[in-house]
Design a protein around this ligand. Structure first.
Ligand code: GDP
Length: 384
């Protein structure tokens, strides 16, 4: 209420401004800001990778919460046949009046079982299901309060003990890179020396490129940004995969209480940038790139899913219409999916073209079938 009255006062002051050229839209950023703050923000983060790599510890360290209080750890025997089970935890965090609804999607047991073939499949299915739900809601009648569960980012944990990527890592990332923003993480960096971290990062980056894995690309910064900002941006890009350390305990280092790991030979501090990239990762996720991760999810990954869906729906509708015409059935009980309005013209055009084509073919048996197998009514066994 006080912000709103402050805003109104500011507006009044501006409207009394003597400058005739002043229209007042300079307050637009304030209006947008106010509205967003009121609504609150949401972010969905997925963590994936072999169990025991410190995923839960890192999430707790990142958001200073204990998201895994009720976690049940499986014993070795239970893990032999374990399937990938997906769990979701939601927390509401508030900082300086700004609310963030954070959802963590965990994939426990990933890579644990003896047979890990296609263990990425349930994760890919989960991401698709969220897109599907959103697509349904968006095409439905009540589009006002859609609950958006789309996954905005996937932190993929890579073991520090291997030589670069394992086949499972490659398989997983390749299966998911067109569905979600993948940010690779080099887990438990305190088990490596600084030289080893450097070498491993280089090897992993090289392999990511070699195998054609498309990880999340940080947007290029504008040429008019100041040098400091440009340098920070470059450092962030060069840090991939982020070498991180997680800890659920607070230890005393140089008279200060910090989140860290106490070893007989010393203390590793989670938030010390000389020890690991934890702060860089947290800043990237929370302070600098959260909105971009959401934008890329909406504009690229979801848009790909949506286009794919509409394409197959169009094919189904065209095929069904043709079948009905050819078998001279009146009406159809086929549940025609609701296609969002943006593609109406394109879809309608395609359907009209196909409609016109069918009677022509019927009357002229010498006409060659269409070359597109997906849209060809001749390819339908029931139609012929
Ligand atoms: P998750 O199964 O991937 O969720 O892994 P957990 O977070 O449960 O961690 C497994 C074990 O690794 C626990 O004993 C943690 O204390 C330990 N651990 C977590 N993070 C780190 C780390 O950064 N470095 C080291 N050395 N150990 C870690």
């Amino acid at each position: 209420r006080s912000t709103s009255s402050r805003f109104r006062r500011l507006f009044l002051l501006l409207s009394q401004d003597q400058d005739k050229d002043y229209v007042g839209f300079a307050t637009l950023p304030n209006q947008v800001h106010r509205k967003s703050v009121k609504k609150g923000f949401d972010f969905t983060l997925m963590v994936a990778g072999e169990s025991g790599l410190g995923k839960s510890t890192l999430v707790n360290s990142l958001f200073l919460t204990d998201l895994y209080k009720d976690r049940k750890l499986l014993n070795a025997e239970e893990r032999i046949t374990q399937t990938v089970e997906i769990t979701k935890h939601t927390v509401d965090i508030e900082e300086k009046g700004v609310k963030l609804k954070l959802t963590i999607v965990d994939t426990p047991g990933f890579g644990d079982a003896v047979n890990n073939t296609e263990c990425w499949k349930s994760v890919a299915d989960y991401i698709d299901q969220q897109f599907e739900q959103y697509f349904r809601d968006e095409s439905g009648l009540n589009r006002k309060n859609i609950q958006d569960n789309r996954v905005h980012c996937c932190l993929y944990f890579i073991s520090p003990f291997g030589h670069g990527l394992r086949p499972l890592d490659v398989e997983f990332m390749k299966a998911l890179h067109e569905k979600v923003n993948i940010v690779p993480i080099l887990a438990k960096a305190d088990t490596l020396t600084p030289t080893e971290v450097k070498k491993k990062k280089f090897k992993i980056r090289e392999e990511i490129q070699q195998y054609g894995i498309k990880i999340y690309q940080f947007p290029d910064c504008d040429s008019d940004e100041d040098e400091d900002f440009k340098q920070q941006d470059q450092e962030l890009k060069d840090s991939i995969p982020f070498a991180v350390i997680g800890s659920n305990t607070v230890v005393e280092a140089k008279g200060k209480r910090v989140r860290g790991r106490l070893y007989p030979w010393g203390i590793v501090e989670v938030e010390n940038s000389a020890h690991c990239d934890f702060v860089k990762l947290r800043n990237m996720l929370v302070r600098t790139h959260m909105q971009d991760l959401k934008d890329v999810t909406r504009e690229t990954h979801y848009e790909n899913y949506r286009a794919h869906c509409i394409q197959s729906m169009t094919r189904m509708v065209v095929k069904e219409r043709n079948r009905n015409k050819l078998t001279r059935e009146s009406g159809t009980d086929f549940p025609i999916p609701v296609i969002p309005s943006t593609t109406d013209t394109e879809t309608e055009k395609l359907i009209r073209e196909k409609d016109e084509e069918v009677p022509r073919r019927h009357s002229d048996p010498t006409l060659e079938p269409h070359s597109d197998p997906g849209l060809d009514p001749g390819a339908d066994p029931e139609a012929s």
